[in-house]
Design a protein around this ligand. Structure first.
Ligand SMILES: [Zn+2]
Length: 430
């Protein structure tokens, strides 16, 4: 078995934002023969074919319309394309003492401390006006390290190692340049875009708006004495998106399978492209317009909601209950929560346990939060509630979730890949 990790690392490096991740996922599926669909057009689907559609450039749904039809259910994989980060404000220019900085909004639950002293770059989507006054959108990735958030010297803050005095408005503005002249960011962006457009694309008359976020230019890497760890930004949850797409690309075309990767999970999923939006239900309605027939299909279907779990940290062992402390490189984690922050049920867990022991055993672990701590959540319960599909939440264990550099286990991505492949290769979801 070859490992998925080298292509996973390349994907992580090519995907600094949900827009880039969606583009890379689409590319992967295209190369496996999937056809792009347009939500503004009628669809003419052929059994045995793969398709995908994107929404707003940052959410993606892909599926195989199985040769055997839909009546044995759809094997659905779910994940999310977004990660906590610092996003540029609409009017980002900040000038102080001859320095120019960027004003940022904190997107999602960012672990802020690791963002200091990193070589940051900027990427995302830009909407611009061409010479015919038509709106165009382009993805940009500056790639070069162009900004940094310097930390305050310990001598000036003796309390720094005690934490707790970080103001996200005051202290997180990346430093961009030093000049007596003020740089207008939109003009800078316009010049950058113009330089990169080919002759056919015409000229950029004006930058109208943008969705840009900062990222660490340090590439993803296998680290540890035996390269047993994956260190990267956005492992939550691009690891799951990538493994899901890689598995779907190779899935048996007899069976109906699906992958949905939503944006906006980190901010509650309530948007047209989030898991509380209509993307999945709209596509399901296109697949089976009859409401009674669709209900039958949905009840025969199953969703594996794939999102990372918290491994038990050797320096913070008390944050886990000892029977539910997942280890890195010890297999995917089934996530349980009696209060339904995770959608895993005993019957869906039983099916996944059966998949794991069919063939070469894939190790599995279980997580339930300490009874005296709050539980995280993900797209699983939202999607289950919206569609009525039986669901299970699982994911690889990681450390440092929502840091600018998270840590996973190098074997777990391969275990996850095997497990998801077995799910898509199953003739039914019962
Ligand atoms: Zn996540």
């Amino acid at each position: 078995m070859t490992s998925i990790n080298s292509s996973l690392l390349a994907f992580l490096n090519a995907s600094p934002t949900p827009f880039h991740a969606t583009q890379e996922l689409a590319r992967l599926l295209e190369s496996a023969g999937f056809n792009e669909l347009d939500e503004t057009q009628a669809w003419h689907l052929q059994p045995g074919q793969g398709y995908y559609a994107t929404r707003a450039g940052s959410s993606l749904i892909a599926f195989i319309y199985g040769e055997d039809g839909l009546q044995n259910g759809i094997r659905v994989l779910g994940a999310h394309t977004d990660s906590p980060c610092l996003k540029l404000k609409p009017q980002p220019e900040w000038h102080q003492q001859g320095y120019q900085q960027f004003g940022v909004e904190v997107y999602g639950g960012v672990l802020l401390y690791p963002w200091f002293d990193r070589d940051l770059s900027l990427a995302g989507a830009v909407s611009w006006l061409d010479e015919n006054r038509k709106l165009q959108q382009s993805l940009v990735n500056f790639e070069k390290p162009m900004a940094v958030i310097p930390s305050l010297a310990i001598h000036l803050n003796r309390e720094a190692n005690r934490g707790g005095n970080l103001n996200p408005e005051q202290h997180m503005r990346p430093l961009w340049l030093q000049s007596s002249e003020r740089m207008d960011f939109r003009e800078y962006l316009q010049a950058y875009l113009q330089e990169r457009l080919d002759d056919k694309s015409g000229s950029v008359t004006k930058v109208m708006d943008f969705n840009l976020s900062f990222y660490d230019t340090q590439p993803a890497a296998l680290i540890g004495e035996n390269q047993e760890f994956i260190a990267s930004a956005r492992l939550d949850n691009l690891l799951s998106c990538y493994v899901g797409a890689a598995v779907l690309a190779k899935a048996d075309r007899r069976y109906s399978s699906m992958l949905i990767c939503n944006d906006h999970e980190e901010v509650g999923s309530r948007s047209d492209i989030g898991a509380q939006g209509s993307l999945l239900s709209d596509v399901l309605e296109r697949l089976e317009p009859g409401s009674a027939e669709r209900q039958q299909i949905l009840r025969a279907s199953m969703l594996l909601s794939v999102d990372n779990a918290h491994g038990i940290h050797p320096n913070y062992q008390d944050k886990h209950e000892k029977n539910h402390g997942p280890l890195l490189n010890a297999g995917p984690v089934l996530k349980f929560n009696a209060n339904q922050s995770y959608a895993t049920a005993s019957d869906t867990a039983a099916l996944v346990r059966l998949l794991a022991e069919s063939g070469d055993a894939i190790p599995l672990q279980a997580f339930a939060v300490r009874a005296d701590m709050a539980c995280g959540s993900t797209i699983g319960p939202l999607t289950a509630a919206r569609t009525g599909i039986r669901t299970l939440d699982l994911g690889v264990p990681t450390f440092a979730m929502h840091s600018i550099r998270e840590l996973g286990g190098a074997q777990d991505s391969d275990y996850l890949c095997d497990l998801l492949s077995r799910f898509l290769a199953r003739a039914d979801c019962q």
